[in-house]
Design a protein around this ligand. Sequence first.
Ligand code: 5GP
Ligand code: MN
Length: 317
Amino acid sequence: MDMLKIADAVKQNSSIAIIIHVNPDSDCLGSASALITALRCMGKKAHIFVDSPIPGRLSFLADEDYFASGADDYDVCIAVDVAAEYMMGSMKEKVFDKSPVRCCIDHHGTNKGYAQYNCIDPSAAAAGEIMYVFIRDYLKVEITADIALRLYAAIASDTGSFQYSNTTARTHIIASELMAKGIDAPFVMRTLFERKRIEQLKLRAEVIENLKFYNDGKICVAVVDNDMLSRYKMAFEEADDIAGLPRSIIGVEVGVYIKVKGPREIKASLRSNEYVDVSSVAASLGGGGHIRAAGVTINASQDEAEKMIIDALEKVM
Ligand code: 5GP
Ligand code: MN
């Protein structure tokens, strides 16, 4: 673990670029924003780079001036919650590869350690857990209410509001310390998990009507395509909550959420309950992630991609 080396690199330099993964979620965005706040407290120039739009519901996690307006030169680059280099999208070439010092702070077990300095802890439920320790103990910046709110959102999101099996006693201790900073935790929870547009619920109803089951009902597949989204005037980012739906059905071990983004561009989210390691299944198809939540992009038709995923799952089930 190169946490000390990453902290030294930050202290010895004046400009820091943070890269988060494509299709950003609360963990990468909250952790990166908390880090930006801390770095600016230290008097550093710091910006976030991301190769995707930020979903509107997550806008409370980052101020507009946290994002870089153009590609400038930075002394140090830190990839946050980025499981593999390709998850940076175009920011790999534009920012990461150009940086003299390249670091990674992450919690994905499938992360191969692509940076010069890697701090990868798969026992952390969220990148936000690692970031909390990094900011407090290594950068030695006080955890303000602003920082706490962002880290709390990061952790709450990757643990599915402290429900998933990645939630540990340490997760709760950190969450409790963050809450003690006086944050509005119910606001975070409502924003991340409760508030929906009526269209989101109508889309969900249509998805439920069309669920497909395989392997004696142990695998359940949900599909969303562009046609459905345009009928509900929605973007894929607004339909991400569907990922957890199939595995919530009694009898289902693995839920598969297929996003048909183009004729040969299929993004699949895999979620398991008790015994299937979906990160290795996703990795076998070119993706990765965590044991109970992983993803992969497959360049094939919807039918082909679905068959590849079901075949790979049936092999291990
Ligand atoms: P989601 O299904 O919500 O996109 O992602 C679930 C988890 O798997 C997240 O932690 C995400 O970073 C990771 N993940 C998603 N897609 C990929 C991928 O294509 N490659 C790798 N290595 N990880 C992914
Ligand atoms: Mn994460």
